[in-house]
Design a protein around this ligand. Structure first.
Ligand code: PLP
Length: 386
């Protein structure tokens, strides 16, 4: 047996471990101090009751002879796929067929698995900084990666590659910068992909945080995108499903990849949990929508006060409008970890060093509005007194 040699090219996943280690070491040396965590990359608000009830009812059905179920369709139940088409896309003026929607256990899995639809020698372009899964799965597949820097200097808008690129990963709104591509900026990418026969893998995990009218809720709002884009969506950050596990991926037939992805899922994926799919279905009920709206409102308000608070203190901040994340430039030209250590030692506030999301994240840190509102308020007080 020979191991996959590409795995030796992966960078150590040190970011969150290093944060945990440095925080634990500081706490051990200062046991009486309260550490405030503003680095949270996971939802913190509980699920709306109607979603919990849907899961309880689904579980009860499985315990009764008349309502018991076995395997469901590999691509997800039709009632959920049809609801996605009618409730998530039709209102945007986007027409999809239910068999172009594939229910899965979350964006993380699909973002990784999609990579196997493409030939080994495809080139890859990835916005930088961003969610680490795109680069890591491309390295595992042995593909060459070109990084597209997103910096304050270019307004966090990646430049189109000069040469032909086959696979392009975009995340809009972006994690970690919290910044967005507008409809006209995204159109340049769709046009580029059509001209170069590229495929765009479009991660819309934070779509539900969008508030500005010129930011598209789906890449399919752009003409011709159904030929060149796969859109990956998740109930994780919108409905608080990071533990429930449910999301979906849209593979339009016009990409020429829909039959391949169906074949892949039927062979390697035996379907998403019935309970999780019933929970996803409950997000579309009036009570589900209202509960999710209320949770998102808490995150938005927190993001707003965090961003304006940091701005008032004099920090250079970005994002936080269509995203729970605020991207902050380290003062005095410091690198990400120097700023992290400074905040930890001087005011016991934890952020996420930007360099952990890619080379272009160096010199920035990420603050998160998934942190509890009272924790954010207290952290701002301490930062003001620095
Ligand atoms: C959280 C996150 C995901 C993963 O979502 P799951 O559906 O929970 O796997 C995907 N992309 C980005 C950018 C994220 O931040």
């Amino acid at each position: 047996m020979l191991k996959n040699p590409n795995y030796t090219n992966l960078k150590e996943q040190y970011l969150f471990k290093e944060i945990t280690d440095r925080t634990a070491a500081y706490q051990a040396a200062h046991p009486d101090q309260t550490i405030l965590r503003l680095g949270v990359g996971d939802v913190t608000r509980p699920l709306p009751p109607v979603i919990v009830q849907a899961m309880q009812q689904a579980a009860a059905e499985l315990g009764q002879p008349d309502t018991f179920r076995g395997y469901g369709p590999e691509e997800g139940y039709e009632w959920l796929r049809r609801t996605v088409v009618e409730q998530d896309y039709a209102p945007l003026g986007v027409r999809l067929e239910a068999d172009e929607v594939f229910i899965g256990d979350g964006a993380g899995s699909d973002l990784g698995n999609l990579s196997e639809l493409f030939a080994q020698d495809n080139s890859v372009a990835i916005i930088d900084p961003t969610y680490p899964a795109y680069a890591d799965t491309s390295v595992m597949a042995g593909r060459e990666i070109m990084f597209l820097p997103c910096l304050a200097e270019n307004g966090f808008v990646p430049e189109l590659p000069k040469q032909k690129t086959d696979i392009i990963y975009l995340c809009n709104p972006n994690n970690p910068t919290g910044t967005v591509l507008t409809r006209s900026q995204l159109k340049l990418w769709v046009d580029y992909a059509r001209a170069n026969h590229s495929i765009i893998i479009y991660d819309a995990a934070y779509e539900s945080f969008i508030t500005q009218p010129d930011v598209p809720h789906s890449i399919y709002e752009i003409d011709g995108a159904q030929e060149v884009a796969i859109e990956v969506k998740s109930y994780s950050k919108s409905a608080g499903f990071t533990a429930v596990r449910c999301g979906y991926t849209v593979v339009p037939k016009a990409t020429g990849l829909q039959a391949m992805w169906l074949r892949r899922q039927c062979t390697k994926y035996n379907g998403t949990s019935y309970i999780a799919q019933r929970a996803a279905m409950a997000t579309y009920t009036p009570e589900g929508r209202e509960g999710i709206r209320a949770n998102l409102e808490v995150y938005r308000t927190t993001a707003h006060s965090l961003k304006s608070g940091l701005q008032d203190i004099g920090y250079e901040v970005y994002g936080g409008i269509d995203s729970p994340y605020i991207w902050c430039r380290a003062p005095h030209g410091w690198d990400s970890w120097t700023f992290f250590d400074h905040l930890l030692q001087q005011c016991q506030v934890i952020c996420t060093p930007g360099v952990g999301f890619g080379a272009s994240g160096e010199g920035y840190v990420r603050f998160s509005a998934f942190s509890k509102p009272d924790v954010c308020a207290e952290a701002l007080q301490r930062l003001k007194q620095l």
